[in-house]
Design a protein around this ligand. Sequence first.
Ligand code: ARG
Length: 256
Amino acid sequence: MKKLFTKIVSVALIASMMGALASCATKKSLTVNKGKLVMATNAYFPPYEYYEGTKIVGIDAEIAEAVAKKLGLELEIQDVEFDSIIAGVQSNKYDIGMAGMTVTEERKQAVNFSSTYATGIQAIIVAEDSPITDIDTMIGGDYKVGVQTGTTGDIYITDEVGDERVVRFSKGNDAVLALSTGKVDAVVIDNEPAKSFVAANEGLKILETPYAVEDYAMCINKNNTELLNEINKALAELTEDGTIAAIIEKYIPSNG
Ligand code: ARG
């Protein structure tokens, strides 16, 4: 009897130790660096991410900060080329990519996306006196179109007009600069950054006809479904309590 009891106790002990080990292992695998949430972005995309002095601020930075806090992690933001973000998430260089990133079927083959937290629209910027009046005149004419490399704007426009007429830039604002100096005839970029670039550069305007409506989400390594679930839980709570709406309202005031 005593033997049996000892056996039961030791089995229970081993089972609970294994449980502890397992939870230890899952805690460790939640992020690349223990205690940290490493976010890759491209920080020239106001109001989602941009520099204020040496600090990266914006809608994405603040939402990520709130999510990290819920997960008990310290947020670290890395500013990288936009078209290197997905590969870096795939290779576990970063835990998440968050860069006003559009959810697309093609990207879904490579990474998982969190729930969406914002909507974006592809817009067309031209010079104030441009003969381009809408998307069709832009596509139909022999115009050069500036884009940020690897963005949905790049992908859609290349599809429409072919490689020869697309000029790619590593930052969105470099494309806008090229438009200001007449090196390209139009820029296709997300609506909110477009507004802020047009406000900062004289002689440009956004065409009335928006191009495509998209959902923004964080991307996460396909194997890390635990992090995906934790992030979605945090996003749901932050939506529920109004935090996300307040962050978006702070950067995109609905009455301004
Ligand atoms: N929404 C577009 C895309 O996902 C552009 C995003 C560019 N983001 C940035 N932080 N530069 O392709």
